[in-house]
Ligand binder design. Structure first.
Ligand SMILES: [Zn+2]
Length: 329
């Protein structure tokens, strides 16, 4: 059969069958035609990745993804469009658009169920993001079971899921963040600056939870085996976390790097989202030097989902190595 099934009219099909040309093939054609009439199943798949880290259970949750135009408008502000396009092209990536993913991480220590960041929330759902709550449920937990919500920083894609329909999404949780981060975004000094929208969003989502919030400093622990590390630059109080259980380690790098290639291969390239660009670059290099040197696994909030990987040092930066089955063994 060289003719496409769609080109065959029912009449011709019977004719072909009668001629003995497709006695066996004809029923298959009919089945294919019936399947083609089914509506597209546009339902999003449940998207989470689960693995063990010693005694901890780690679940990386997808909040969905967003497509953004013009990578050079965000990455490599201190280099040329040609440099950015060449690096993208070398990695078989388009030069005119890019995909951002968002990956909150749920950690069950046995004593606490800790959610690191909350995704874009209900406001992002019309744009296809805000899927953290659905994926948390799909992964077998309820929002009521979350005992601690840690905010690595207070950009909208991290705090957006704190409230649902005007009420706290995680009603039994207490909250932890860096004090510098809280103070910066809650201050009315942000009004009239580029951070004004972030301030308003934070006042709506985080300030109402202030009586259940405590602050954490560099080197302090959320609970046993969950330690904060100052990683300032992306925002004034950006914190990352080291998880350690049973001799295994995992770093939650939050927004230390915002793209697996453009931020990691070229850590000195300036990123529009980094509020203090030189401090962010210095932090990027010190954090990923440590991760490469110690051969640690990390979850990067904006790495391609499921957002878990390793890095290897290469000239001037790092090569991202997505996790495959290392953490399952
Ligand atoms: Zn982010």
């Amino acid at each position: 059969m060289t003719q496409a099934p769609s080109a065959l009219s029912r009449r011709n099909l019977f004719k072909a069958t009668a001629l003995g040309a497709g006695v066996i093939a004809a029923p298959q054609i009919l089945v294919r035609a019936a399947q083609a009439e089914a509506p597209m199943a546009a339902v999003l798949p449940a998207a989470f990745k689960r693995f063990s880290l010693g005694e901890f259970e780690i679940t990386v949750l997808s909040d969905g993804h967003r497509v953004v135009e013009n990578p050079h408008g965000i990455f490599g502000m201190n280099t040329s469009q040609d440099d950015v396009e060449a690096l993208l092209t070398d990695s078989y990536l388009p030069v005119d658009k890019m995909q951002f993913t968002f990956a909150p991480t749920l950690v069950n220590t046995g004593a606490e169920l800790i959610l690191f960041d909350t995704g874009n929330g209900e406001g992002g759902r019309p744009g296809g993001v805000g899927q953290t709550l659905a994926n948390l449920k799909a992964s077998g937990y309820t929002p009521e079971q979350v005992s601690i919500v840690v905010l690595t920083h207070m950009h909208g894609d991290h705090i957006g899921g704190l409230m649902e329909g005007g009420a706290p999404t995680f009603p039994n949780a207490r909250y932890i963040a860096g004090q510098a981060e809280y103070d910066f975004w809650s201050s009315e000094d942000r009004i009239g600056t580029p951070a004004e929208n972030g301030h308003k969003n934070m006042v709506g989502k985080v300030v109402p939870l202030a009586d259940k919030m405590s602050f954490i400093a560099d080197g302090e622990s959320v609970t046993g085996g969950v330690t904060a590390m100052a990683a300032f630059g992306h925002t004034p109080g950006h914190m990352i976390y080291r998880l350690e259980s049973g001799g295994r380690n995992l770093i939650l790098t939050a927004d230390t790097a915002n793209h697996f290639l453009l931020s990691l291969a070229r850590p000195d390239w300036e990123v529009r989202f980094d509020m203090d660009k030189s401090a962010a670059a210095a932090t990027r290099k010190s954090v990923f030097d440590m991760i490469a040197t110690d051969r640690l696994a990390f979850v990067g909030y904006h790495m391609p989902f499921p957002s878990v990987g390793f890095v290897e040092k290469m000239d001037g930066g790092y090569r991202y190595i997505p996790e495959t089955y290392q953490l399952d063994l």
